[in-house]
Design a protein around this ligand. Structure first.
Ligand code: APR
Length: 316
């Protein structure tokens, strides 16, 4: 049967994600929804008119949804739903400053997903993403493997790009990894960073690597400060679209994502940035790999930081 994906929220992140998904040409339908009258329909029409030029057949359908779930019938039968609804940061804000306002939005969206697309895999990108992912799972009551969040693919891409620019090498020469939270307790993993197979630690001094790590951690804020309004969406949408692709293709791709951790790395009962194999059921399994003592300590610290915040979302 033809594949169907829904993107909730037709702002910058959502509309670019819809575009990337449509251009893959692997779906029958991409549904794009928002609460703003006309916006998703207008964007869908515009995207469909690009089909003869870009050469894809996927149909994009734009739907405005109401406060009582009106319009959500359009998402029925979705294999994947990407949740981008919510406010982005302004300069000087942390992702955590969005917690309360976005929790209201994500809860309402998640309840409608549970009602209209009860078999979908849900990928959350709204910020703060570690908490919004936990909330979406609570509000949908979906099995935990079917709800996960986007952060690590993006943070890893930011780290990779910085390494490639610093060493003036192609991005494809660089393998990098970030784990942990999408925030202050992000854990870049230098021990898993190589350039053409050589350990990064042999190519750059420790203080330079630390500089790149700090830049990665602040990667989103750096874009926000330059844009002045809104936050990043090109790299984020590329990350979310890749994750949705891995689901519908049931590819088993191992990607760093915000997944439910149940014993891996000695950590349990929390949504945390780890590597996982992604397929049609969402998270097939978390992939545990070797970390240095410092990296493992960082991951445990991240787990405790997000655990406390994730407990709070139950009441939001
Ligand atoms: N249902 C659907 N869409 C909603 C809802 C809702 N209940 N509430 C808000 N929206 C829509 C807004 O109308 C807006 O069009 O979400 C969209 C958000 O778009 P932008 O303001 O452009 O924000 P964007 O850059 O897309 O970021 C979205 O992703 O990276 C995160 O921090 C970012 O939380 C933010 C989210």
């Amino acid at each position: 049967m033809g594949k169907k994906v829904t993107v909730v929220g037709a702002g910058f992140y959502g509309s670019t994600t819809a575009q990337r998904l449509a251009e893959y040409d692997i779906f029958d339908t991409v549904v794009l929804t928002d609460i703003i009258d006309g916006k998703p329909a207008g964007l869908a029409l515009d995207l469909n008119q690009s089909r003869p030029i870009e050469g894809f057949e996927t149909k994009v359908v734009g739907v405005t949804t109401g406060t009582n779930g009106e319009g959500y019938e359009a998402i029925e039968g979705s294999d994947v739903v990407v949740v981008t609804a919510g406010l982005p940061r302004k300069p000087g804000m942390s992702r955590m400053d969005l917690l309360e306002v976005n929790a209201k939005i994500v809860r309402q969206v998640a309840e409608n997903i549970a009602k209209y697309a009860p078999n979908a895999v849900v990928i959350v990108v709204s910020n703060p993403v570690d908490e919004m992912t936990a909330l979406a799972q609570l509000a949908t009551q979906f099995p935990k493997n079917r709800v996960f969040g986007q952060a690590g693919v993006l943070d890893t891409a930011r780290f990779t790009n910085s390494i490639a620019e610093t060493l003036a090498v192609p991005v494809k020469s660089v393998k990098a990894l970030t784990l942990g939270s999408h925030g202050d307790t992000m854990v870049p993993v230098p021990s898993r960073c190589t350039v053409d197979g050589k350990p990064l630690s042999e190519l750059l001094p420790a203080d330079k690597i630390e500089e790149l790590v700090v830049r990665t951690r602040n990667g989103g804020a750096e874009v926000v400060a330059l844009l002045k309004t809104g936050s990043a969406y090109y790299a984020p949408s590329a990350a979310a679209a890749r994750m949705a692709k891995a689901v519908v293709e049931d590819s088993g791709a191992v990607l760093p994502v915000c997944a439910w951790v149940d014993g891996e790395y000695g950590i349990s009962g929390v949504y945390l940035g780890v590597e996982a194999a992604i397929g049609a059921t969402g998270i097939r399994h978390v992939v545990e790999d070797k970390l240095t003592d410092t990296e493992l300590a960082g991951l445990k610290e991240a787990a405790e930081a997000v655990r406390a915040k994730q407990a709070d979302v139950a009441n939001l």
